[in-house]
Design a protein around this ligand. Structure first.
Ligand SMILES: Cc1ncc(COP(=O)(O)O)c(C=O)c1O
Length: 455
């Protein structure tokens, strides 16, 4: 392989200093940032410039489902880069043809046609425009406590503190309440609740003009960044019925939950429902190369046989990203990783429930596959969250932050976030011993949160 032009090596302090001077970090007030300098990664671990090893217990931002630096994907990227790094989107290429076909095979039902972009936000922008163009209607129903990306359209679909900064955003997006059984917004208990959370969606659709005006519904199949919220059984089935009744597109955001994360190829498969649109990113290429996908059922794609698909990106179908996607999906299949996620997820859940017995700060444990959340509370009886998220864009020294900082010091990384839920989402290649190690670290670190529990 040709050598890189030689560069004098940089030490960790210089890297940090240059970055602090020249890089604007996402989602942060920049003052006082002191980023860890990552040097390399392999398998389930990454390493800083001093050589210290970290077990990656949230697959970075829940994208490295395959673990780091898998040689098959690295080789596929190198080979494709040497042969044809990219070609403009109107051209057909072998990797694009192959990846689109592979996706049609792993997605449910007749979700057979894909539009390629480069991120989860773009995948959702595509879905938003797709719903409007395919139905000729304007309104989209989305949910509070959701995250779909940081571009204007994706933020309009999302609803947490992060979209306040870009309001007013895209009009005609209406939000509904979420199926959050631990804190049911309807004050009900499943199954006696009779799925008020889904019925309320129908009320909103009707008030917003029903079949005449509402183009679609979009939500994460299991809420990710806002706290691993698993809907009750029956919810997605009822949403499917509502979408059919009012001729709306049912769109699911599988950016985090796709590609084995929940123990199935896609989260929606837990409820045996075929959506009209699936958006993907992250696990589709295990993050090795940026890639987003908006996939749709045949009847939706059919609309664009004669009607123009008025959407596009310079890098739609980027050949290197396509090659990464193919190699990643083939690796999931060859190594049985989707099944493995279900099995290891059961083990992770077992250990998480044992921690809940020991630690009064853990109010709730929930999840599917290797996608498990520990919800931290001040008081188990009142379920008051242990902290209230961001204050003026500055992360306060919350109990959760203290737990994660100690875990990092002990060599286990979990991504921070604003809600009182610790997200456990290791690569699908995680072993039982590694789960034991990480949960042992959390067992010690959670004492810091226990100290803030009201007696
Ligand atoms: C469910 C979901 N959708 C969309 C996105 C946005 O993806 P990206 O950051 O690649 O734009 C994210 C990112 O975390 C996500 O979790």
């Amino acid at each position: 392989m040709p050598q890189q032009p030689s560069q004098p090596p940089m030490d960790g302090d210089t890297i940090r200093e240059w970055e602090r001077k020249y890089v604007l970090y996402p989602w942060q007030a920049q003052k006082g940032l002191n980023p860890l300098v990552v040097d390399h990664a392999k398998g389930n671990y990454f390493y800083d410039t001093s050589g210290k090893q970290y077990l990656d217990f949230t697959s970075q931002f829940v994208f490295s489902n395959l673990g780091h630096a898998d040689e098959r994907v690295v080789a596929a990227i190198a080979q494709q880069a040497a042969k044809l790094p990219t070609a403009a989107s109107p051209f057909a290429t072998e990797p694009k043809a192959r990846l689109a076909k592979l996706l049609a095979e792993v997605t449910p039902g007749d979700v057979n046609k894909s539009y390629f972009s480069t991120s989860g936000a773009e995948a959702n922008e595509g879905a938003l425009k797709l719903a409007r163009m395919a139905t000729g209607k304007e309104k989209i129903i989305a949910r509070y406590r959701s995250y779909h990306g940081s571009t204007m359209g994706a933020m309009a679909l999302s609803n947490d503190y992060r979209n306040w900064a870009c309001e007013p955003s895209v009009p005609s997006v209406i939000h509904c309440l979420d199926p959050y059984c631990y804190r049911c917004p309807f004050g009900a208990t499943y199954p006696a609740c009779d799925l008020q959370c889904a019925k309320h969606v129908e009320d909103i659709v009707r008030f917003e003009g029903g079949a005449k005006r509402v183009a679609g519904f979009i939500a994460e199949t299991i809420v990710g960044a806002n706290g691993i919220i698993v809907p009750p059984d029956g919810y997605w089935q009822m949403i499917r019925e509502i979408c059919d009744r009012y001729e709306m597109l049912m769109m699911v955001d599988e950016v985090m939950t796709g590609f084995g994360r929940t123990g199935k190829w896609f989260g929606i498969e837990h409820w045996n429902v075929v959506p009209d649109v699936i958006t993907m990113a992250k696990g589709v290429s295990s993050g090795y190369v940026p890639l987003g996908v908006t996939s749709m059922r045949e009847w939706v794609a059919e609309r664009f046989e004669s009607q123009q698909w008025v959407h596009g990106h310079t890098y739609s179908g980027h050949a290197v990203a396509m090659a990464a996607g193919i190699a990643t999906i083939e690796a999931y299949k060859a190594d049985g990783l989707i099944q493995r996620s279900a099995e290891m997820g059961r083990y992770l859940m077992e250990v998480a429930l044992q921690l809940q017995e020991k630690h009064p700060c853990i109010g709730d444990v929930r999840g599917k596959g290797l996608f498990v959340g520990l919800e931290l509370v001040k008081n188990r009886r009142t379920r008051e969250p242990i902290h209230d998220g961001l204050v003026d864009g500055v992360r306060p020294p919350t109990a959760k932050a203290k737990v994660l900082t100690q875990a990092l010091q002990e060599g286990v990384y979990c991504l921070p976030g604003s809600v009182s839920v610790i997200m456990l989402a290791p690569p699908l290649t995680i072993t039982k011993d590694e789960i034991d190690f990480a949960m042992g670290v959390f067992d010690r670190a959670l004492a810091l949160a226990d100290a803030e529990v009201e007696q």
